[in-house]
Design a protein around this ligand. Structure first.
Ligand SMILES: [Zn+2]
Length: 237
């Protein structure tokens, strides 16, 4: 009996802790973006939250963190301009990131909210919007500031925007609450990465798409067999 207990104990700890959750349709299709390129509007209203360059950089940086750390094959084009949140099948839809005065009563996340519209048939996301609430308190952009860490909240809401729901791992970006005093998050936890991989496993990249990352030669005529080989090797590894 003791042996059984011990082996059970070891097995439990040998399983990597994964607590991320994703959204699925009634038929079990993953809810995710299907396109590998999306436009995201950054509304001028965001400037009420803090210095404009800090706010815009914080959002772009948070998207880049997801894309690079979880290796998501997604190009996000940022457009500065007015946008309208919500989805209508009859009008042009914009993926809108904006500031709002007050949270809605149904809001789960204290400082911000992400909403997505997706197909109930295949799970494809048609539209995503993120609102940051001006009334949530002071927004923190630098380490020495006091308040709600903007990058942490932006990472969390972008996780929802990509299709993830909450995680039970307290240090994950997708944990449902942000503790203002104990720690802040500026990188993804491995649980967040597992969640993103469950939706967008980019390790299936083929050779052709990997070549998009080849450096551009300013003077291709100067390329020799030697440095072409170096370039080829750098692509292979
Ligand atoms: Zn949340």
């Amino acid at each position: 009996m003791k042996i059984l207990f011990l082996s059970l104990f070891i097995s439990l700890f040998a399983i990597p802790a994964a607590a991320f959750t994703v959204r699925t349709t009634p038929t079990g299709e993953l809810v995710k973006w299907e396109s590998d390129e999306i436009d995201v509007y950054l509304s001028p209203s965001l400037e009420v939250l803090g210095p404009s360059e800090e706010v815009y950089f914080g959002i772009v940086d948070a998207f880049e963190t997801w894309i690079y750390e979880a290796e998501i094959d997604l190009q996000v084009n940022f457009i500065y301009g007015d946008c309208e949140a919500g989805y209508s099948a009859l009008s042009k839809n914009t993926n809108c990131i904006y500031a709002s005065l007050e949270p809605s009563s149904s809001n789960e996340d204290a400082g911000a909210n992400a909403s997505i519209t997706y197909s109930q048939v295949n799970g494809e996301i048609y539209d995503g919007d993120i609102a940051f609430y001006q009334g949530a308190g002071n927004w923190k952009f630098e380490d020495y500031d006091e308040g709600l860490d903007f990058k942490h909240v932006a990472l969390h809401e972008i996780g929802h925007f990509l299709g993830l729901t909450h995680s039970q791992i307290s240090k994950a970006v997708m944990y449902p609450t942000v503790n203002l005093h104990t720690f802040q998050v500026s990188n993804l936890h491995e649980d967040d990465i597992y969640g993103a991989l469950a939706l967008y496993d980019t390790r299936k990249l083929d050779e052709q798409s990997a070549c998009q990352f080849a450096p551009t030669h300013r003077n291709p005529r100067s390329a020799t067999a030697g440095n072409l080989l170096t370039l080829l090797l750098s692509l292979l590894f």
